[in-house]
Ligand binder design. Structure first.
Ligand SMILES: Cc1cc2nc3c(=O)[nH]c(=O)nc-3n(C[C@H](O)[C@H](O)[C@H](O)COP(=O)(O)OP(=O)(O)OC[C@H]3O[C@@H](n4cnc5c(N)ncnc54)[C@H](O)[C@@H]3O)c2cc1C
Length: 116
């Protein structure tokens, strides 16, 4: 399935295009992440920071899934509003979900600074 087509913006921001080797042999690791998009990359960073031997593999170029097409908008709100979450999941879970989204934004902010 083609996740994106046409020219996307993010590659124009790369100083040099990152290339990763093709996996050509067996390897062992504690944690294998299948998919090197935003989700896989952030998970890999968290795991390796904990000293867990982690490998990320992807059937495309790393980062060329839907992460490459996104508009870069970061917000703690979700497509489903807090009111709607509460109606569907109950107040405790709905509010907790939004608290986790807010916490994730704070983590991303710190993480971003650590990459400079
Ligand atoms: C047009 C567009 C605009 C968007 N705008 C925003 C935005 O402004 N803000 C926002 O927060 N989100 C936005 N999103 C959503 C956001 O981009 C995605 O939620 C996010 O990139 C998903 O990340 P991911 O790592 O889960 O998936 P992906 O980035 O798609 O990564 C999954 C990876 O897994 C690999 N993979 C899949 N199956 C296999 C397999 N069997 N074996 C090996 N590898 C495999 C794929 O090749 C891919 O690289 C947008 C999405 C699109 C399409």
């Amino acid at each position: 399935m083609e996740l994106i087509n046409g020219k996307t913006f993010w590659p124009t921001t790369f100083a040099s295009h990152p290339h990763y080797p093709v996996l050509q042999e067996n390897l062992s690791c504690d944690c294998l992440i299948i998919g090197g998009g935003m989700g896989g990359a952030l998970s890999a960073k968290l795991l390796t920071d904990q000293g867990i031997d982690t490998v990320v593999i992807d059937k495309r170029d790393i980062g060329y899934g839907s992460s490459m097409a996104n508009t870069g908008l970061l917000q703690y709100t979700n497509d489903k509003t807090l009111t709607s979450c509460i109606q569907t999941f109950g107040e405790e879970r709905g509010v907790r979900f939004y608290e986790l989204c807010r916490d994730a934004m704070h983590h991303l902010e710190k993480f971003h600074r650590s990459l400079r």
